[in-house]
Write a protein that binds this ligand. Sequence first.
Ligand code: NAD
Ligand code: UFG
Length: 348
Amino acid sequence: MVLVTGGVGYIGSHTVVELLNENYEVVIVDNLCNSSMLVLDRIRKITNKEFKFYNLDVTDKNSLKIVFEENDIDSIIHFAALKAVGESVEKPLEYYKNNIVGALVVFDLMKEYNVNNFVFSSSATVYGKPESCPIREDFSLSTTNPYGATKLMIEDIMRDLSRANKNLNLAILRYFNPIGAHISGIIGEEPKGIPNNLMPYITKVAIGQLKELNVFGDDYDTPDGTGVRDYIHVVDLAKGHLAALKKLKEKPGLVTYNLGTGQGYSVLDLVKSFENVSHINIPYKITDRRPGDIGMCYADPTKAYKELGWKAEFGIERMCEDSWRWQSNNPKGYEENSELLDMITSEI
Ligand code: NAD
Ligand code: UFG
C-alpha cells in the first residue's frame, strides 16, 4: 500500500489517479489546509476505484501513527507541505514547522514501522540562481527563501538518512513548473485568492475574474526578455512518481531526478499558446521584475529518462488546453454544483 501525504492537493490528486489506474492500493493523508474534500469524490469518479482517506496533520505524530498502525504501508509519497514562496518570507516559522516537522515525523514513523521506500517532492528552487541552463542534478544547490530552504533541508536530511541506513530507498524528485490538469477537467489547480503563479493567473484573466496579466519584467537575458521556465504537464509529473516507485523496488539507495520537459518557454510564449488554444485574448502589461525571480530555469531531464525510462509526453499546447478546460468548467474551483460534474463525467 502507498501512503500519499498531501494527496488531496494539486499534484497529489493527479498522482493518486495514476496510482489507482495502475491498481496500487492507496491511503491519503491530508489536513485540507490548501485543498477541498470534494477532490476525493472526483478522484473516485475518474478512476472508479476506492482508496482510504485520513483528515489529519502530518506534524501530529500520534495521529499519523494510527495510519501506520491500521494500514500495511510499504511506500510513501510525501507531498504535504506549504508551498507559497512569498508567504514563506512573511511567515517563516509556519513553513519550517509544517514542512520540516512534517517530514521528520514521517521519517520517524518509517523507522518505527520499518517502511523503507520514500519519494519526496522537491523543487527546482533548490538550484537557486543556476549557473547555466539546462540544469543538471549535479549543479550546486542554494536557496533564497524559507520555502526553498525547507526543500533543501529535507533533501540534506534524506542524504544523511541514506548514509546511515543502507536499507532505505529514497527518491528526491525536483519538479520544474507543473501546469495543466487531468483531461476530464474535474480535478486541477485551485489557488486560494489571487494566484501567484503564471498559468492560474492567465486562466483567471481568461474567465474574466482578473483584468489583465502583469508580466514581471521584460529585460531578462532571454529571447524576448521575459522569464523562461520549464512548464510540465501535471499528469506527466504524476507519472514520474510511479516511475520513481518502480525504481525504488530495485533498492537503489538514494536517487535524485529532475522532472521537467527540458524545454524553456517565456511568459509571452505561454500567453501566446494559451490564446491559440482558447481563442481568448489575454491583455497584459509589462511591470517591474518580481523580487527574487530568476531569468531562466529549465531542466536537463536526461537522467530520469536513462534511469527511470520516464519522459514528459505532453507539449505546451496540450498543457494550455487542459488548464483551460479545468478553469472554464470550474470557474469557482471545487465549489461547483454536482449536476455539472455529473454532466461532464458522463462524457469521460
Ligand atoms: P498543494 O498545496 O495543492 O498540495 C499540498 C497538499 O498538502 C494540500 O492538499 C495541503 O492541504 C496538504 N498539506 C499541507 N500541509 C499539511 C500537513 N501538515 N498535514 C497534512 N496535509 C498537509 O500543492 P502542490 O502544488 O500539489 O504541491 C505538492 C508538493 O510539491 C509540495 O510539497 C510542493 O512544495 C511541491 N512542489 C510544488 C510545485 C508547484 O509548482 N506546484 C513545484 C515544486 C514542488
Ligand atoms: N510571472 C508573471 N506574472 C505573474 C506570475 C508569474 O510574469 O503574474 C512570471 C514570473 O516572473 C516567471 C514565470 O512567470 O518568469 C513563472 O512564474 P511562476 O510564479 O508561475 O513560477 P516560478 O518559476 O516563479 O515558481 C515556481 C513555483 C515555486 C518554485 C519555483 C522553482 O511556484 O514554488 O517554481 O521551482 F519554487
